[in-house]
Design a protein around this ligand. Structure first.
Ligand code: DAT
Ligand code: MG
Length: 148
């Protein structure tokens, strides 16, 4: 079963959208296996966004992610990485399709509310960055036969 890291970034917390966004992942049929509020350090933000180092928006991106509390979550389920990326929508909120989180709530490129791992490999790396093993709790749903 696949796992993915989702962050509700500081703009989601500041805009009081945590409940609405989380509800979408939950209703889709994914299982929440990790959840915490984190005010990310510069070190954590640098590791998380290492792939973007050197890009023109890198410094601004780090300032943004370290600017306040972020909700870090691990969701588990069938094709969880792709399912979450689809629920999030395109990076640029102005281009993201309505019905997606970014399409419904974001108009900025940087302040686009959510992060989601882009591959199962990166998901494993990112989950290990944000969570200790003892912070993840595996469980099964009683409605598995209905939701699949
Ligand atoms: P995503 O978050 O959709 O995976 P990404 O990994 O390409 O997008 O970029 C990470 C974040 O960096 C993204 O959520 C917002 C910001 N970002 C990306 N491209 C940008 C740009 N051209 N200008 C400003 N911020 C950008
Ligand atoms: Mg990305």
């Amino acid at each position: 079963m696949q796992q993915t890291l989702i962050l509700l970034k500081p703009d989601a917390v500041q805009r009081r959208l945590v409940g609405q966004i989380t509800a979408r992942f939950e209703a889709k049929g994914l299982r929440l296996v990790g959840l915490k509020l984190v005010h990310p350090s510069k070190e954590l933000a640098e590791k998380h966004y290492a792939v973007h180092k050197g890009k023109p928006f890198y410094d601004s991106l780090l300032s943004f992610l370290t600017s306040g509390p972020t909700v870090a979550m691990v969701w588990e389920g069938r094709e969880a990485v792709a399912v979450c990326r689809n629920l999030m929508g395109m990076t640029d909120g102005a281009k993201a399709i309505p019905g997606t989180v970014r399409g419904d709530f974001a108009i900025s490129v940087q302040n686009n509310l959510v992060h989601g791992s882009d591959s199962p490999e990166n998901a494993a790396i990112e989950i290990a960055l944000w969570f200790g093993k003892d912070e993840l709790i595996g469980w099964t749903t009683t409605d598995a036969n209905w939701v699949g």
